[in-house]
Design a protein around this ligand. Structure first.
Ligand code: HEM
Length: 315
């Protein structure tokens, strides 16, 4: 129900009209030929907390290029937050054996990662000179200290408890990381779904101390190999395997673009976080979330090696 009534606090002749709609003060004006409406209940800014968001860019230097650096990190942190949310949704779906639903969420997560990969291009416009104008102001601040990034690594399946140390003075982040460390990861949940789907997964992979780093297993590799050798028979698990693989594929590409951008901006200098810099980031390229999904591929064979050339036309 809407009752139109003239505005008391709007100036005489104002192009804005006011009415009460569902008990909420609602406004309307014709702007550029369109009837635009807004109300005092939920506005864009209140919903998205834009005031808070847009006042969170606080440079520590007076150098103009620091703004790019801040916004690049902040946007990536937001995307990582969304990925954490989506991966958790995928885990809920997996536990309920809703593999299609899990797959959709994993697709979205991989798409976010691809978007982040493209966004390195923006940061690549930061020349070594641009960065050096404010690098000294950053002191020891580094992406190495991103607790969300570490949480994402843990949640996907890469458990490295010693990395929690750098958050020792952030109780909340430490607690969160410890909790994720002790819970089954996405990969653990995928293996549980495989077991429920009739695949032979060792008991030790289905019940274990989840905080321990995952150790690759021949039996799990065999299970994936069987699924990939006959996709038609195992279509749901096969597509799940491919979606999970895509996630790691794009994660690695993100790592690679980060490493290349860093090498373009600081060469082989040490990082502000104290590591060997590019060398540290190159080592990270060998990290794995879902090891058997990769190792199994080497063992796959074409049904008939060499093919049957007897039917080829002879020229
Ligand atoms: C010019 C821009 C950048 C430079 C020069 C840079 C440099 C580095 C370096 C050298 C490291 C190794 C740790 C250290 O010693 O500091 C590192 C780690 C890291 N950086 Fe960046 N980075 C840049 C931009 C970004 C952005 C935009 C993000 C987005 C969140 C990011 C996220 C990370 C993360 C998560 C790590 C930890 C990686 C791991 O432990 O595997 N970096 N960065």
């Amino acid at each position: 129900m809407s009752d139109k009534k003239p505005s008391s606090d709007l100036p005489e002749g104002s192009p804005i009209t006011r009415r009460i709609e569902d008990g909420v003060e609602t406004f309307e004006a014709v702007i550029q030929g369109e009837t635009i409406q807004w109300d005092k209940g939920l506005t864009y800014g209140r919903h998205l907390q834009t005031d808070q968001l847009l006042s969170s860019q606080v440079p520590v230097s007076d150098k103009p290029d620091e703004m790019l650096f801040i916004i690049m990190h902040q946007t990536m942190e937001l995307w990582i937050k969304l990925m954490l949310h989506e991966v958790r949704e995928a885990i809920v779906a997996l536990r309920a054996d809703e593999l299609g639903k899990a797959g959709k969420t994993l697709d979205r997560t991989a798409t976010i990662m691809r978007h982040m990969i493209h966004s390195w291009e923006v940061l690549a416009t930061l020349s070594p000179h641009d960065f050096l104008t404010f690098r000294g102001f950053l002191r020891k601040a580094s992406g190495f200290q991103s607790h969300q990034y570490r949480e994402l690594e843990f949640l996907l399946g890469l458990k490295r408890p010693d990395l929690i140390l750098v958050h020792h003075d952030n109780g909340e982040a430490t607690e969160q990381l410890k909790q994720v460390l002790q819970e089954p990861s996405l990969y653990d949940e995928v293996l549980a779904a495989l077991a429920r789907g009739g695949r032979d997964i060792p008991e030790g992979k289905l019940k274990r101390d989840w905080s321990e780093p995952y150790e690759p297993s021949d039996a799990v590799e065999d299970a994936w190999l069987a699924i990939y050798t006959d996709p038609d028979q195992h279509w749901e698990l096969y597509t799940l395997g491919e979606k999970v693989t895509a996630l790691e594929y794009y994660f690695q590409e993100w790592r690679f673009k980060h490493m290349k951008t860093v090498s373009r901006v600081i060469g082989h200098k040490h990082g502000t976080g104290g590591s060997s810099g590019v060398n540290y980031l190159v080592k990270a390229l060998d990290l794995n979330f879902f090891p058997e999904l990769w190792s199994m591929r080497t063992r796959m064979n074409a049904p008939k090696e060499g093919g049957d050339y007897s039917q080829c036309p002879v020229s």
